[in-house]
Design a protein around this ligand. Structure first.
Ligand code: PMP
Length: 369
């Protein structure tokens, strides 16, 4: 019997849909999922082993449900690097910022409610909305992929969403959003409903601009979401966190699963935070490589969107899918996010970036031939 998903009694809104899935292909140079190319340094690997060994002795017990030590260290990290003092009561952590976003949507979205994002943007905002039964509204963006504060505020006023996503720097386009735009959208969202505004700063550490964290002050409906997947080079760890008014942290407790953050995860994240300075050193190298890629791609005649992230959107291609395949045929995997005429490349090691530049140079020559 050939049974498929649609033969099962699944929710109607999930019928015919496909799961999130960037291809995980086995090619020499993988620059498609905005990962950090640098493996964790050996002393950190040792420290993780040590802390996990300690945690293992207590694995018969449930972990600290409130992850207080981890939230304290995350708060110190933000206070030191993001321009605003926060404490553990302002911080909440979960398994990747995807889970943070899911908990926020379970708390502030849900059936009969809506969320808005300004597309193209991070596709999981829409997918997690669907998964939590939250209606999705696709808001506008300018031709140059920046947010148009007036047009975006107007859409919020008209649509009155319950949750507003602002991704800064934006994925897949790469540009950061300025504080004035965030404030204009926050004001519009408060006047319309009021609603929760989520600033997704997954790539914040790579930006040319300061963090938007200080904006949470005096704005209880503004949440900043962060991750250790990119700047900390720990995508495999699955650790995301938010900073907001303590009431938001109390609110997400209503939906979080008890003991959602394993003792092993908490121990590993704490070890990584001990090595913040080394890891932020890699971030500086990646920013320099990102800027080099932007310059070189422009010199090759590509249109490049301003990047504040560890990836770059470039084009234009008559057929982005065909260009993606051609670059892949040269051993380099980049990302086709479905933005017409554009592809996205993650900044890798200098050698990986050279391989990528060589591949696009060849593809461009072949296209012009
Ligand atoms: N937000 C944005 C904008 C992202 O690009 C990503 C990862 N690609 C995430 C959130 C989720 O990251 P994670 O769950 O690994 O923390």
């Amino acid at each position: 019997m050939n049974i498929g998903i649609d033969d099962l009694p699944i929710r109607d809104e999930l019928r015919g849909k496909s799961p999130y899935g960037a291809p995980q292909l086995d090619v020499p140079v993988r620059l498609n999922t905005n990962e950090n190319p640098y493996p964790l340094p050996e002393p950190l690997v040792e420290r993780i082993a040590e802390r996990v060994r300690e945690a293992a002795r207590d694995l018969n017990r449930y972990p600290d449900r409130d992850a207080v030590e981890l939230r304290t260290e995350l708060a110190k990290y933000l206070t030191r690097t993001a321009g605003h003092e926060v404490g553990p009561a302002n911080v909440w952590a979960a398994n990747g910022s995807n889970e943070v976003i899911q908990q926020l949507l379970q708390t502030f979205g849900g059936p009969g409610r809506t969320a808005i994002g300004f597309e193209p943007s991070y596709s999981m905002h829409a997918l997690i909305s669907r998964g939590t039964g939250t209606g999705w509204i696709s808001g506008p963006r300018r031709e140059d992929f920046n947010l148009d504060a007036t047009a975006a505020a107007k859409t919020i006023t008209e649509q009155r969403p319950d949750v507003v996503f602002i991704t800064s720097p934006n994925n897949p386009t790469g540009t950061a959003v300025d504080a004035d735009t965030v404030l204009a959208l926050y004001e519009a969202a408060q006047a319309a409903k009021p609603s929760l505004v989520v600033v997704d700063e997954a790539y914040g550490e790579f930006s040319h601009h300061p963090s938007l964290l200080p904006l949470i002050e005096g704005r209880p409906n503004l949440v900043l979401s962060r991750t250790m997947s990119k700047a900390f080079g720990a995508a495999g760890l699955r650790l995301g966190y938010l900073a907001a008014h303590p009431a938001v942290v109390d609110a997400v407790q209503l939906v979080r699963l008890p003991y959602h953050l394993s003792a092993v995860t908490q121990a590993t994240a704490l070890a990584a935070l001990e090595h913040t300075d080394t890891l932020l050193g890699y971030v500086e190298q990646l920013k320099a490589e990102r800027d080099r890629l932007v310059t070189e791609l422009r010199a090759l005649g590509f249109e490049v969107t301003e990047s504040d992230a560890n990836f770059i959107q470039f084009g234009r291609f008559a057929d982005a899918r065909a260009a993606w395949q051609e670059i892949l045929d040269h051993g380099v995997l980049v990302r086709d996010n479905g933005v017409p005429g554009r592809l996205r490349v993650t900044a890798g090691t200098p050698a990986e970036n050279d391989a990528f530049l060589e591949a696009v140079r060849t593809v461009k020559k072949e296209q012009n031939a």
